[in-house]
Each structure stands twice: as C-alpha cells, then as structure tokens.
Design a protein around this ligand. Structure first.
Ligand code: TMP
Length: 212
C-alpha cells in the first residue's frame, strides 16, 4: 500500500508484440486496487488532436510517408499530449501510465528509420517541455517471438515493417537504456505475465520508498 501522495510518471516501451499493453492493464488495475486513480495514455494518441495524428501515422495507405514526416508527427502528437494531459495531471499528483512515450521515437525513428539520435533527443525534449518519465519499463522480447504474437492481427503501417526493422528497434532500445540508466528498467518479456507484473510492481514500490 502506498502512503505518499506524490504521483509517478511511468512509461512502457518495447517492440511491437512485446506484451506491454497487457502489463499496462495489470498495473492500472493494481494501482486502482491500492486506492489510486491512475491516468492512462497511449502514444501516438491520447488526446483528440493526437488521435487524429495517430490515424494518419498508422494508416497502411500512407506508405509514402517519409521518416522525417513520421518523426515530426510522432513528436507533434506527443507535444499535444504533454501540454493537454501530462503537465496538468502531474500537477494534480496523479499516477500517469503511458503506453509508449519519448523513447519510442528514439528507438523507432532513430534505430529503425536511421534518423539522427541526438537530433531526436532534442526534438523530443522540445515536444515534452523537457519532461521525462520517472520510470520506464522496457519489455524486452526477441523479435521472432514478438512477430508470432502479432501475426494473427491485422497489422498497421509500422507493424508491417518486418522483423529486420523490429530487430533494429530492439537494439536501439538497449542502447537508449544505457543513456538513461536512472529511469530505464529492462524487463524479460519472455517471462510469465504474472512474473513480469510482479517485477514491475516491486520496482515501483522500491522507487516510491526511495523518494518518500
Ligand atoms: P502501438 O501499436 O504500441 O499503439 O504503437 C503504434 C506504432 O507506432 C508502433 O509500431 C510503434 C510506433 N511508434 C513509433 O514509431 N514512434 C513513436 O514515437 C511512437 C510513440 C510509436
């Protein structure tokens, strides 16, 4: 049970099919069971404007989209989400759970698409008013297993990019984790759903104890 009133900003990251949305749901329910009223957001998206941007980004018909357009739209969606929801809810001391945030742009648009990492870090900081999550859970899974998990679903434009792309994205996440070691936690995504959830919960409790 939590005693401190301060909220925590938590992001979930990983390649497509890593199981992060399942873990997001479990954490949200656990926080509710503990008397919290968490805010759930997803990226790209999470506000009216950002969801419109999401549609443009993920439509399979938009195959002509350039990598730079993709990066700018991802960060435009994030800027709106940050201004409209994240900043006010952090001020309200709410728990914010983000199904993807700024590290997705670093992993997908830098690692996956080959754009410059340092530039994307600056662009991200502009979009997020320099706000970082307190904790980032990277659910790490090998791209072959991830592909098998999403095979049956109808794939969006980025999910359709294939296994080589997802492999580059995963490698990029591992590199980014080293850049931000204080908030990044690499979680073994091949473990059972319950074990993964327990690890995430333990890390959150430790974090709360450290800051209170
Ligand atoms: P989702 O499937 O987790 O909702 O994410 C949608 C897709 O968008 C997923 O393939 C990852 C990708 N993406 C990026 O390429 N860059 C970003 O900054 C974000 C937030 C998502």
């Amino acid at each position: 049970m939590f005693t401190s009133k301060t909220g925590v900003f938590i992001s979930f990251e990983g390649i497509d099919g890593c199981g992060k949305s399942t873990q997001v749901d479990l954490l949200i329910n656990k926080l509710k069971d503990n008397g919290k009223n968490p805010v759930l957001v997803r990226e790209p998206g999470g506000t009216g404007i950002s969801e419109e941007i999401r549609d443009t980004l993920l439509k399979t018909q938009n195959s002509l989209m350039s990598s730079r357009t993709e990066a700018l739209l991802m960060t435009a969606s994030r800027a709106q989400l940050t201004k409209e929801i994240i900043i006010p809810e952090l001020a309200n001391n709410r728990y914010i759970i983000a199904d993807r945030f700024k590290d997705s742009t670093l992993a997908y648009q830098s690692g996956g698409r080959g754009l410059n990492l340092e530039f994307l870090i600056k662009l991200n900081n502009f979009a997020t008013y320099d706000i970082d999550p307190d904790l980032t859970f990277f659910i790490d899974i090998d791209p072959v297993s991830a592909e098998q998990r999403i095979k049956s679903n109808s794939l969006d434009r980025i999910e359709s990019a294939g296994i080589k792309f997802q492999t580059k994205v995963r490698e990029s996440y591992l590199k980014i984790a080293k850049l931000f070691p204080a908030r990044f936690h690499i979680i073994d995504g091949m473990d059972t759903i319950q074990n993964i959830h327990n690890s995430i919960w333990d890390i959150l409790i430790n974090y709360k104890n450290e800051i209170s």
